[in-house]
Design a protein around this ligand. Structure first.
Ligand code: KIV
Length: 272
């Protein structure tokens, strides 16, 4: 069943701008495969981000740094085939857009041509204005990502809250305005104080989609496997768990193992 307020039509970058203009919030989640994409799409999620978090959630890596462009294209293609209504955004992985604008254009183009994404996301502020401009000119919608930028973990050394001091807050607001000016259609804002989330949403006309950025942003995004309680390796404070599926799955699997071992599966009804 679709969520209340989901709306019926296909979600586009234009829809998201209109949502902000009308004061309607955007519900976004991550997806990495066809099955989850179709479940989330049918339930009324507006934006499916094929996040580079696939590295930590699905590949068992410690950070998002190792995931490759080929792997992201592969996951994007699976998700796109499961999504009829939601906007599908492919995350550009580490070093796929930082080397040169030409490189970024080629890789973002692959995300659309081979992964069938409808937009791409990249991390960073003013330094990436020429890249955002080039992609937008080429017809590739770009979502920015500010605040905590996990691809830079080796530089920062910590996943602590960003934008806690006045200078960093001013930089983040300027970065958001610069991305908007360059043509980004939305910006993910990760792990900043709630008041900064509100100020950044007020300072821009493009939607600010928060993750750990408080209740005043124009939308929210979470990692699906976090909010379903499937990924339990770490639990940021900003994650609300709507289910505890890791426990459910463990219960189901141990029940199956018991039934096989004690001979109660399969029954005569389950046999030919
Ligand atoms: O990769 C990802 O899942 C993300 C979200 C946390 C926004 O970038």
């Amino acid at each position: 069943m679709a969520a209340k307020g989901a709306g019926k039509g296909k979600v586009t970058t234009q829809t998201l701008r209109e949502r902000k203009a009308n004061g309607e919030r955007i519900a976004a989640l991550t997806a990495y495969d066809h099955l989850f994409a179709s479940l989330l799409d049918q339930a009324g999620v507006d934006v499916l981000l094929v996040g580079d978090s696939v590295a930590t959630v699905m590949q068992g890596r410690d950070t998002t740094v190792p995931v490759t462009m080929d792997q992201m294209v592969y996951h994007c293609e699976l998700v796109r085939r499961g999504a009829n209504r939601a906007l599908v955004v492919g995350d550009l992985p580490f070093l796929s857009y930082q080397v040169s604008v030409t490189d970024a254009l080629r890789n973002a183009g692959r995300m659309l041509k081979e992964g069938h994404a409808e937009a791409v996301k990249l991390e960073g502020g003013r330094a990436f204005v020429p890249t955002v401009e080039k992609l937008v000119q080429a017809g590739i919608p770009v979502m920015g990502h500010l605040g905590l930028t996990p691809q830079s973990i080796n530089q920062f050394g910590t996943y602590k809250t960003r934008g806690t001091g006045a200078a960093e807050q001013a930089t983040l607001i300027d970065d958001a305005k610069a991305l908007e000016q360059a043509g980004a259609f939305a910006i993910v804002l990760e792990k900043v104080p709630a008041d900064l989330g509100r100020r950044m949403a007020e300072a821009t006309s493009v939607p600010i989609i928060g993750i750990g950025a408080g209740p005043h942003t124009d939308g929210q995004i979470l990692v699906t496997h976090d909010m379903l309680g499937m990924f339990t390796r770490f639990r940021p404070r900003f994650v609300r768990r709507y289910r505890e599926l890791a426990d459910e799955i463990a219960g189901a699997i141990s029940g199956y193992c018991d039934d096989v071992r004690n001979g109660t599966f399969p029954s005569s009804d389950e046999s030919y």
